[in-house]
Design a protein around this ligand. Structure first.
Ligand SMILES: C[S@@+](CC[C@H](N)C(=O)[O-])C[C@H]1O[C@@H](n2cnc3c(N)ncnc32)[C@H](O)[C@@H]1O
Length: 196
């Protein structure tokens, strides 16, 4: 299973206007990442999960988990993904437990750090995407992998320290600083080539 974890530090955790995704704490970047994680031409990536930890107001943190093998009823343009997320957040309002808010989209109250620790406890390889990390072309990657990355603000320094201590290797996708949604496509491509 491929898993991505995006930390979205300002994305709204309650109601928002799906016609203005940038104003919802850069929810446009969240929606583009979800689309790139799960979509390929004429199909969905059933072997992929994307988790997004939303840390904006009013109820942070909220963890969204989109499962490629279960998601149904979502159109794949950014506005439609935004509407799907909005509906799920409204259903999850005031709830801490994990709920299947829409088919294949789960919502719960969980922090980024707690999720990463859970994945490591499950024995997964966790890598942290960082432009100054080890070149992906030289990195040993497992098919069963969890790929962690930041949003337009980047990862807090304290969390970077924690990821280092937990043993999440820093992996670079190249010399340019990329958008979060671009990183997903490059990572998918690399894994597609290695694990055909
Ligand atoms: C738009 S970038 C973050 C920009 C932010 N201002 C910063 O300085 O960290 C979003 C995320 O994509 C990942 N990323 C961007 N470029 C990368 C690269 N060349 N290699 C690996 N990861 C990259 C990092 O995880 C980063 O936090």
């Amino acid at each position: 299973m491929r898993e991505f974890i995006l930390r979205a530090r300002t994305a709204k955790t309650g109601d928002f206007n799906a016609n203005d995704l940038p104003a919802a704490g850069r929810m446009d970047s969240v929606c583009a990442s979800v689309s790139n994680a799960l979509n390929i031409a004429n199909a969905l990536r059933k072997d992929t999960i994307i988790h997004v930890v939303l840390e904006g107001s009013p109820e942070p943190p909220k963890l969204l988990t989109f499962c490629g093998d279960r998601i149904k009823g979502m159109a794949w343009d950014e506005k439609s993904i935004g509407e799907f997320i909005k509906k799920a957040l409204i259903k999850a309002r005031g709830k801490a437990e994990r709920i299947d808010a829409c088919e294949g989209l789960f919502v719960e109250k969980k922090s980024f750090e707690a999720l990463v620790k859970e994945k490591l406890k499950d024995g997964k390889q966790v890598v942290y995407l960082h432009h100054e990390g080890k070149d992906i072309r030289e990195a040993a990657l497992k098919e069963d992998i969890v790929v962690v990355f930041g949003d337009y603000i980047g990862m807090p320094r304290a969390t970077e320290g924690l990821l280092d201590r937990l043993g999440a290797e820093r992996i670079s996708l190249g010399p340019k600083m990329l958008f979060a949604a671009h990183c997903i496509l490059i990572m998918h491509n690399e894994l597609d080539r290695r694990f055909k």
